[in-house]
Design a protein around this ligand. Structure first.
Ligand SMILES: [Zn+2]
Length: 302
């Protein structure tokens, strides 16, 4: 199952333990972000059987309503469930609890229903179950809520901003999207919704990703240094061999320069620091560098 699916499954499971006030808040979030929430029809469409069961049991427990459930098999054998409430009497019960906005265009959050602090988390759980999605953090960091309703979008922004989570928004294909791109904000959202398993999974993935990036950076840096050392060393060796070809040996060079030349010839893969350490007393990197430059100059003049 996708990371989003697992998160939603975790949320659905956590709902069973909630107080009644919070269960009402969950269903409110589910309905607002569901497919239809009006005086004529209430409808939620989902491919997840656990969402279907959760919605059904909330209607049953809170309102003693048995919604209709239709399952439709798609080409890929996946079943799409439509859960709907169409009886006037049933819709009235829901209206009495939540109230209905003027029309579909003005669907928004009735904050009077979310006065208990405990219900805020619950409302978010519900909103995420029908309106939310989260990308597998292995790929990238992205969590969003989507709705075609402008007022709901604005109210949701206010609701989230009051939780001190910086929100971003965009309009995509007629839907208003509230989204989060920073891993910290997504972790905050998962924490707010009490999606602890998903939160820990995301944190684990993040740690592995950070280590991998760090290792890549170090490896790239080491590779660059090795290439530099090898290129420089090849030049030195070439110069030293040119001097030997011209004079038959290195014997005519000053002692300090000759010793460095001999060490370089014997250790073409060593860094300047490593060459310096081969002397007693050890020589500094800059002293080695200075002498190798002299060798390059001598060879150039030949
Ligand atoms: Zn509550």
């Amino acid at each position: 199952m996708s990371f989003a699916g697992e998160t939603k499954k975790e949320l659905c499971k956590s709902i069973l333990r909630l107080d009644k006030c919070c269960k009402f808040a969950v269903l409110y979030g589910i309905l607002l972000f569901g497919n239809k929430f009006s005086v004529n029809e209430i409808k939620i469409v989902t491919e997840k059987d656990f969402i279907k069961e959760t919605v059904y049991s909330l209607f049953k427990e809170l309102f003693d309503i048995e919604p209709k459930i239709r399952g439709k098999q798609r080409h890929d054998n996946q079943i799409t469930y439509t859960i709907s409430v169409t009886e006037k009497e049933d819709i009235m019960k829901i209206e009495n609890k939540y109230g209905f906005p003027g029309g579909a265009s003005s669907i928004g959050i009735n904050f009077m229903l979310l006065q208990n602090e405990c219900c805020h988390k619950a409302f978010l759980k519900g909103a995420f179950i029908t309106g939310g999605s989260v990308t597998n953090p292995e790929k990238r960091y992205h969590l969003e809520f989507a709705t075609p309703h402008y007022y709901l979008f604005n109210d949701m922004k206010v609701f989230l901003m009051e939780k001190d989570i910086p929100v971003k928004n965009v309009i995509r294909k007629g839907h208003y999207i509230i989204y989060f791109k920073e891993s910290e904000s997504i972790e905050d959202m998962l924490t707010l919704m009490d999606a602890t398993s998903s939160l820990f999974k995301m944190m684990d993935i993040k740690i592995v990703k950070d280590i991998r990036n760090h290792t890549n950076r170090i490896t790239n840096c080491e590779t660059a240094n090795i290439t530099k050392t090898v290129n420089a060393s090849a030049k030195h060796v070439e110069a030293i061999e040119k001097i030997i070809d011209a004079y038959g040996s290195l014997a005519h060079l000053d002692d300090d320069i000759r010793q460095v030349a001999e060490k370089r010839l014997e250790n073409p893969e060593s860094t300047l620091n490593e060459l310096g350490d081969m002397f007693t007393p050890p020589m500094s990197k800059s002293a080695i560098n200075h002498r190798l430059k002299k060798i390059l100059l001598i060879a150039e003049e030949l």
